[in-house]
Design a protein around this ligand. Structure first.
Ligand SMILES: Cc1cc2nc3c(=O)[nH]c(=O)nc-3n(C[C@H](O)[C@H](O)[C@H](O)COP(=O)(O)OP(=O)(O)OC[C@H]3O[C@@H](n4cnc5c(N)ncnc54)[C@H](O)[C@@H]3O)c2cc1C
Length: 364
């Protein structure tokens, strides 16, 4: 094991591993330090969608949607065993967004998408014949469109394996004890050894502020921590993925997996340490209640086989969490001969663009 690396990355989530792969490809010696295991953070606790985010169009986040849909196409082409295109159903019930709005949104989403599959409207009868578990009352219209699904943990492990194959080292279950930065070098002290670098990358996702505070690293942004839970129901409820609207018009989904159903997600602002964030039973009840508004046979708490929680790192901007952007920021600091790059925010979907841009910044 070396004592000097051209780049040291903190965090082996999708972004840290993708950047390790990008820098190794350029011939850099790279070490990734992960305090838990590869993909243990948000990258294995997401909704597992590789998508542009249809609902972000409502906030006019066109550049985010366009970039994410470009990344979606790259991932569909390059990781076809892990990222697959699926048909999503969008039933509109009384009280949900107007039909014209969805039609316009889907048209725009289709315009930015690159897979070439068009959204379409299907009849209520067609939908109800397929989705026998759903209520017919109040159903106004149904649309379908194509978006992609993945296994987030498997995807992160695949990227980590590619980074390793190109020479990057990944140390798991490793805590950084301290970081010293002088004008010549950055020294990172681990429990058993110390190493140096001139380029430190903080890719610790929702932990980014905690890392900056602990090691007194300069930074230009702070994040809002927004936790989200998913329910794993012990059986398959629907044949295909579908998006529904809550009573307050938030979007949530019911997605069939092999032998279970995934229902998600929630958004809760968190102020404590990321490692102490726990599932709130109110959020479980909320997802059950909202699902039961649409299901003929109501789900009970005992139908929930598992609940998992992840924390999104969103850049602090607005007060309303629902309107906070999923865009990412790359924050570069020069200290003497050294460089420090923080990654803030982002989505699972946008890791290819993020890693490409971050590599370009640090290779300059
Ligand atoms: C509920 C939820 C649903 C989501 N759904 C989607 C979706 O469907 N589609 C989508 O595109 N995106 C989705 N996202 C967003 C996506 O999951 C994240 O943007 C992405 O996984 C972030 O990756 P990351 O590598 O930046 O962070 P993480 O995956 O969180 O990785 C950060 C890593 O840093 C490590 N770490 C922390 N502190 C230290 C330290 N001191 N030293 C070393 N390592 C440290 C952590 O252990 C962790 O492994 C969702 C997120 C959540 C929470």
């Amino acid at each position: 094991m070396q004592s000097h690396y051209e780049a040291v990355i903190l965090g082996a989530g999708i972004n840290g591993t993708a950047l390790a792969k990008a820098l190794s490809e350029q011939g850099k010696s790279v070490l990734v330090i992960e305090k838990q295991d590869i993909g243990a953070g948000a990258s294995s606790h997401s909704s597992r969608l590789i998508h542009g985010g249809l609902r972000y169009l409502e906030n006019f986040e066109f550049s985010l949607v366009r970039e994410a849909l470009k990344d979606q196409q790259d991932l569909l082409e390059n990781y076809s065993d892990l990222v697959t295109l699926r048909t999503f159903y969008l039933p509109l019930y009384a009280g949900s967004r107007p039909v014209w709005m969805l039609r316009a949104g889907l048209w725009l989403y289709g315009f930015f998408s690159r897979h070439g599959q068009k959204a379409k409207e299907i009849t209520k009868e067609e939908f109800l014949a397929l989705f026998g578990a759903l209520k017919a009352e109040g159903l106004k219209a149904v649309f379908t469109y194509a978006d992609a699904k993945t296994d987030d943990y498997a995807l992160t492990c695949a990227i980590a394996a590619e980074a390793k194959a190109r020479g990057a080292e990944i140390l798991e279950k490793t805590q950084v004890e301290s970081i010293e930065i002088d004008t010549e070098k950055i020294t990172i002290h681990l429990a058993q050894r110390s190493l140096t670098t001139a380029l430190l990358i903080n890719a610790t996702g929702a932990w980014v502020d905690e890392v900056n505070a602990r090691f007194k690293l300069p930074s230009s942004y702070t994040i809002e921590k927004l936790s989200g839970i998913h329910l794993v129901i012990d059986r398959v409820l629907v044949p295909e993925p579908l998006f529904l609207q809550t009573a307050s018009k938030r979007i949530f989904f019911i997605i069939p997996e092999k032998e279970t159903t995934l229902i998600g997600t929630t958004e809760r602002s968190e102020s404590g340490d990321v490692d102490r964030i726990e599932v709130n039973e109110e959020d479980v009840e909320y997802l059950l209640r909202e699902s039961n508004n649409y299901l003929k046979t109501a789900l009970k708490r005992s139908d929930v086989k598992e609940v998992f929680i992840g924390t999104r790192p969103l850049i602090k901007s607005a007060k309303d969490p629902n309107r906070m952007s999923r865009e990412y920021k790359l924050d570069l600091h020069r200290i003497g001969k050294n460089r420090l790059l923080h990654i803030y925010g982002g989505k699972l979907t946008t890791f290819p663009s993020l890693a490409k841009k971050a590599a370009e910044i640090v290779m300059k």
